[in-house]
Design a protein around this ligand. Structure first.
Ligand SMILES: Nc1ncnc2c1ncn2[C@@H]1O[C@H](COP(=O)(O)OP(=O)(O)OP(=O)(O)O)[C@@H](O)[C@H]1O
Length: 896
């Protein structure tokens, strides 16, 4: 039965809301994005055409992850998530969580600190045969796994293979993946020219598996040789070579086995190419291939039988610990097994990694210790028989008992104590570590002695500390969400029971929040906006690429394109193409010439189901995420956030806008896919992070009138002629200068993504997310801290905000009234005023742009821009209400 909260509880709830409100207020003044969901953003590490890639910290566990943001306008994001989350394989990056905010989709991905294989190759020039075999076998393993699940990747290339800390390969980027079954054929041409199989270039229907295998051949050749096998300045010549030439082999780098394998992989006739199993069995891969095949088969079998999770000892132990700390076992299991990609499953996977790592460490520790211990005991025993008293129990950070520190006093001075071959004389006292057993209840441990001058205090801390803190973190999040939802429904009598535990709330929170507001250097939104506008200008003025102008002065190196990417995968069409070769993309694909220069008419089918665009509706499709008390995902707050554009506070009717209908349709559409895949829909809306969702929403609100400005920027950006010029030289060695595939980043990537920049009715936040300026040292610091200390940092470092002097309140009426009896430090105002400062760039609109900045064409095409806006999308409602905008997308998204 639901209970009405007491007066005191209500006051507590209000205090919490007050805190949240004030925190949000400050955050809105901040120019940077510090947090998304449970993740603290540390720094930007990459950038794509539809978003940025950040290094981030999972706050409850302090594990590093990668946050990849994509605009919701990116038509491939659904595809990417849909496939990526199905994969759980050692050589594929793990997708932990998906967070959906107002304008963005955030993918939380396993962090691979050693970057791309591309970078590794650059640094080494070429990779030795043995290492090539090892890395290549892992890549083939990943492809074997994906193919076994009837998925083809279609964009295998050096840039899509990352390396983890042990230099293991991890396949990533599933934006072009699709289902594929034997004996069917595909038509959509996608990939990167230099990796494309001849049949793709001949515009024939193709076997999806075989084009992946061709790309593997290109990869193998390239890592061994240091140059690509078919690579000419003129793309046409490259194509010709792919179709008819054989690769050249340098005997300095290749042996017979590698030549044989590459030749087979690069068979012009797809039917002559080996199967993926045959590749793994090839002599070149030696034992690597067979081991990986065995591992893959085991994983696939477990996955098929539904026993991939919760069957190992480590998993049982972890589950037990989580349960003990108050987590709902079933909720965790459900999250993980259904691949919800929510905060619970991400917590699970991150903890599990840590547990596995620790278990491995322990095993190896035991082995070494037992070995050395025996020697020492043998050496010591004839001399002295110390009386050993345990003094401190050694508990690892997860509460596991692994031994005890002992002090053995040796009474007689001058006794010689042998430690291996070393002889210590005059030892009076030695700290001896005694490994008793990992099971605490064993009554008669058999001590094994080793000399250890250092006390293992790092390992000693209170048993359940870690899990308690993790649990507390989630509970606090939950309480925040509940409290907010309580306020939003305060006219309703149904109050969630969990409010009864409101007293558990950290009473010092508001004080702490104050302290948390540390200022960090950022690029201000104003500068950012200026930069964007100036960038447009610069392009017109012919200012060198890589700089932008502020106040007519050359200001700084433009950092965004510092890393150039390959000519990206695209749905290709050719200038000289006469026929409609690509029925899968007939009406909707963006036709891009091979060199990415010429764009043909873009047609967007009006009956393409809209994608879920607005967060307000997403909560409806992710209710199953919120069953757990520990989920940080708030299903109600997302609605509130979206509603902010109309009224910040509750409206009583659930506030479904027109967009609900649009999103409903998309939900139905997506659900079809889900049913087919027998997977639940992803969790979404990690909205208890006030900054992530609310700020995002606020940015929308603040910039709702700016789509045209965005489009103009995009169109102008794509107009950069310099970027369009392709002038590649003959095959060359990889060197930092050979930026060959790394140019034309933004424009090509958008083409790859199958969507023309500026063609979608979205609203671009003028305030760009910026990474926090936390540097590597900070990360190192965190890492080097003992767990006990690291955990103490929790909560203290949750927020850091920057105040802007120009920020003044926007008129906003709240329905919160201060209770007379309310003794909380919540500064409740009946009416709060906020407005944009007149000179704030936030309030700039398209009309502020000078005429010379307004484009009249989509560059590279003859597509006119109507009032600076491409006419090809026409779904915006008349009143321009952003809530009613439906996105038309490349329907390749839903088909091939
Ligand atoms: N899991 C990861 N670990 C470490 N770095 C990563 C990870 N994912 C991405 N990065 C870095 O971020 C950069 C951009 O990522 P990514 O290529 O996935 O973006 P993208 O938008 O998909 O680009 P594209 O579509 O052109 O491939 C990469 O070059 C890589 O260095």
């Amino acid at each position: 039965m639901k209970m009405q909260p007491s007066r005191a509880e209500q006051n507590q709830i209000k205090a919490i809301i007050g805190n949240s409100y004030n925190k949000l207020y400050s955050q809105l003044n901040s120019n940077e994005l510090n947090e998304v969901g449970n993740y603290k953003i540390l720094k930007q590490i990459g950038e794509g055409s539809f978003g940025k890639v950040y290094l981030a910290l999972h706050k409850p566990t302090h594990k590093k992850v990668v946050l990849k943001s994509s605009d919701k306008t990116d038509p491939n994001v659904v595809r990417e998530i849909f496939y990526h989350r199905q994969f759980d394989f050692p050589y594929i990056t793990k997708l932990y969580e998906v967070i959906i905010t107002e304008t963005k989709v955030w993918m939380v991905i396993e962090y691979c600190p050693n970057k791309e294989l591309y970078d590794y190759l650059l640094s080494k020039k070429r990779i030795s045969l043995d290492e090539s075999a090892r890395i290549f076998a892992q890549i083939v393993g990943a492809v074997y796994y994906a193919h076994s699940l009837s998925c083809v990747h279609r964009d295998l290339k050096l840039e899509n293979i990352l390396l983890d800390k042990d230099n293991n390969a991890k396949l990533t980027d599933f934006g072009f993946t699709r289902d594929f079954s034997k004996n069917t054929q595909l038509e959509t041409i996608c990939g990167t020219t230099v990796y494309m199989a001849p049949e793709l270039l001949r515009r024939e229907k193709y076997d999806g598996y075989k084009i992946d295998i061709w790309a593997l051949g290109i990869l193998l050749y390239t890592i061994i040789n240091g140059t690509m096998p078919f690579d000419e300045d003129d793309p046409k010549k490259t194509e010709l070579k792919i179709i008819s030439a054989s690769p050249d082999y340098d005997n300095k780098y290749f042996n017979d086995d590698s030549i044989d394998l590459v030749n087979r992989l690069l068979s012009k006739d797809p039917s002559m190419r080996p199967t993926i199993e045959q590749i793994l069995m090839h002599p070149f891969l030696a034992s690597y291939g067979q081991d990986i095949m065995r591992t893959s088969d085991n994983i696939l079998q477990s996955q098929k039988l539904g026993v991939l999770y919760f069957h190992s000892k480590v998993e049982h132990l972890l589950l037990k610990k989580l349960k003990k700390s108050g987590f709902d076992r079933q909720a965790i299991k459900s999250s993980v097994q259904k691949r919800k990609c929510d905060s619970l499953s991400s917590l699970w996977f991150l903890l599990l990694e840590e547990e596995k790592y620790r278990a491995e460490q322990r095993n190896s520790k035991f082995t070494t210790r037992n070995f050395s211990v025996k020697k020492v005991v043998d050496a010591v025993q004839p001399v002295v028989q110390p009386v050993i008293q345990p003094t401190t129990a050694i508990i690892d950070s997860h509460g596991e008992y692994i031994g005890a520190t002992l002090v053995a006093t040796i009474s007689a001075p001058g006794i010689a104590l042998n430690k291996g071959r070393e002889q210590l004389t005059n030892v009076r006292k030695a700290t001896v570590e005694c490994i008793i057993d990992s099971t605490p209840n064993k009554s008669t441990p058999s001590p094994q002695l080793t000399l250890n001058s250092q006390s293992p205090s790092r390992l000693v801390h209170s048993k359940d500390n870690f899990f308690k803190k993790v649990s507390k973190f989630f509970k606090n999040k939950k309480l925040n969400t509940d409290a907010e939802s309580f306020i939003s429904q305060k006219n309703s009598s149904n109050i969630h029971d969990s409010h009864s535990s409101i007293h558990d709330r950290n009473s010092n929170e508001s004080k702490k929040d104050e302290n948390d507001r540390t200022l960090r250097p950022t690029i201000s939104s104003r500068n950012n906006h200026q930069a964007l506008n100036m960038e447009s200008k610069k392009q017109e003025n012919g200012v060198a690429e890589g700089t932008f102008m502020v106040n007519n002065k050359k200001k700084v190196e433009e950092p965004r394109l510092k890393k150039f990417k390959s000519a990206t995968s695209s749905e290709f069409s050719y200038n000289d193409s006469t026929g409609n070769y690509d029925s899968e993309s007939t009406n909707h694909a963006i036709h891009v010439s091979n060199d990415g220069v010429k764009l043909q008419n873009l047609k967007i089918s009006s009956n393409i189901p809209p994608r879920p665009v607005l967060l307000s509706n997403l909560s409806e499709i992710s209710n199953d995420t919120f069953n757990s008390d520990y989920s940080t995902d708030g299903n109600s707050s997302s609605i509130k956030i979206a509603d902010t554009t109309q009224s910040f506070f509750p409206q009583g009717n659930g506030g479904l806008s027109q967009s609900s209908l649009a999103a409903d349709k998309s939900i139905i559409h997506i659900n079809k896919k889900i049913i087919r895949r027998e997977l639940s829909f992803i969790s979404s809306a990690s909205s208890t992070s006030e900054l992530s969702s609310r700020a995002d929403s606020f940015y929308d609100l603040a910039t709702a009138s700016l789509p045209k400005a965005k489009e103009s920027r995009k169109a102008l950006r794509s107009s950069n002629k310099e970027m369009n010029s392709a002038n590649f030289e003959a095959p060359r060695f990889w060197s930092p200068n050979s930026s060959y595939h790394r140019r034309n980043n933004m424009r090509r990537r958008s083409q790859k993504r199958g969507i023309l920049q500026g063609t979608v009715n979205d609203t671009q936040p003028i305030i760009q997310e910026e990474s926090s300026s936390v540097n590597d040292d900070y990360i190192q610091d965190v890492q080097s801290l003992p767990n006990s200390e690291r955990l103490e940092m929790d909560g203290d470092d949750q927020e850091s905000v920057t105040h802007s002097e120009n920020f003044r309140p926007l008129v906003m009426k709240t329905s919160i009234k201060k209770e007379k009896s309310d003794k909380s430090d919540f500064d409740v105002r009946k009416t709060t005023q906020r407005s944009f400062s007149p000179d704030s760039n936030w309030s700039r609109t398209y009309s502020d742009l000078s005429d010379d900045l307004k484009p009249n064409k989509i560059m590279g095409t003859d597509e006119p821009l109507e009032n600076g806006k491409p006419h090809i999308i026409d779904n915006e409602s008349d009143d321009g209400d952003e809530e009613s905008v439906q996105l038309s997308v490349n329907s390749d998204n839903f088909s091939d």
